[in-house]
Design a protein around this ligand. Structure first.
Ligand code: DAH
Length: 335
């Protein structure tokens, strides 16, 4: 270090170092900047070391003066650095918290679009058509008594029709309903005719699962009781409904048998070149009306029952009923 240096000069250097340090520390905005400053000011090759290095050129009396002054300055600078670091870190934390505040009213940037299951929308469509014909919606329990599910529908305990609708029985003798027809009885018990209802809901049967069978499926029951209803009303209603749902597909009625209707029919629509059975129907059997205390000479009516899965599968060209129950989003997202 070339030229000799005086005490005054060194003192002046320390003073300006102090002023510079205070200013730049105050201006530092991050922990990283402060660390850089610490190294530049107090590090081995820092400004303070530079000043102290020149101390050797002072006299033995002057040296301790500058040394003391330098030590005080070092502590001051360390204090300022620590203080500023605390401030800067607090500000950074506050900014982080502000950034991370959750605005619960903000619109989500990713919303999985939801929609009705195809069985629900098919049920709604069927119910809507009947609502347009003046029908109201009725419901009944899925856990039924033997009486409502069978006996009151003219299916006494010995009747062979029971074999075709084996179901799941509870310990107390109640059962999972095999069809929505018991809603006919429940509704007529508490609503005097005239009635016009549709009753959608789940039904259960002891069936092995395959492409067309599920132990749980959905039906919609139709019931109209009034004075003077006959088979033409049944046929007209069924035709109007099928036309609304399928459009102009060929329809045929086939004579059939149900214990609770007389006469009974099954209805087929021609779809993709073959006849598909879509519903059962008939004129409500007088025995059913009598069981409800209704005079069959005065009241008559018709009933029908259809499987929602069948309507849904035809509508959407679904080949396997199991697809409707496996909750596979790749399948469901198509609807
Ligand atoms: N309950 C019958 C079944 O599940 C379907 C049915 C047929 C309902 C004729 C009716 C009807 O109301 O009149 O197989």
């Amino acid at each position: 270090m070339g030229a000799p240096i005086t005490l005054t000069e060194l003192s002046a250097q320390l003073e300006s170092l102090e002023a510079d340090a205070a200013r730049s520390i105050e201006a530092a905005a991050s922990a990283a900047e402060l660390e850089e400053l610490r190294i530049a000011l107090l590090g081995k090759k820092g400004q303070l070391s530079g000043v102290l290095g020149a101390m050797g050129k002072l006299s033995a009396e002057e040296r301790p003066l500058v040394g003391q002054r330098a030590n005080v300055l070092k502590e001051q600078v360390q204090g300022l650095l620590a203080e500023r670091l605390a401030t800067v870190q607090a500000a950074a934390m506050a900014a982080k918290i502000a950034r991370e505040t959750i605005d619960v009213t903000a619109a989500s940037s990713y919303t999985l679009p939801g929609h009705r299951h195809p069985l629900i929308s098919t049920t709604e469509e069927i119910v809507d058509i009947f609502a347009g014909l003046g029908y109201r919606v009725a419901e009944g329990p899925e856990i039924e008594t033997d009486h409502y599910n069978f006996t009151a529908l003219n299916i006494p305990p010995h009747h062979p029709a029971r074999d075709m609708q084996d179901t799941f029985y509870l310990q107390d003798g109640r059962l999972l309903r095999t069809h929505t027809s018991p809603v006919q009885i429940r509704h007529l018990e508490s609503n005097p005719p005239p009635v016009r209802i549709v009753a959608p809901g789940r039904v259960y049967r002891r069936d092995a699962v395959d492409a067309t069978h599920s132990p749980m499926f959905h039906q919609v029951e139709v019931l109209a009781i009034d004075e003077g209803l006959d088979f033409t009303h049944l046929r007209g209603t069924v035709m109007a409904f099928l036309k609304a749902f399928f459009g102009d597909l060929p329809v045929r009625f086939r004579a059939s048998y149900f214990p609770f209707t007389e006469p009974s029919a099954e209805v087929d629509v021609q779809w993709r070149g073959r006849w598909l059975e879509v519903m059962g129907c008939g004129m409500v059997d007088p025995a059913v009306l009598e069981g409800l205390g209704l005079d069959p000479e005065r009241w008559s009516g018709f009933a029908a029952g259809l499987g929602v899965e069948r309507f849904c599968m035809v509508r959407h060209g679904i080949d396997d009923i199991r697809r409707l129950f496996t909750s596979d989003l790749r399948f469901l997202e198509q609807f």
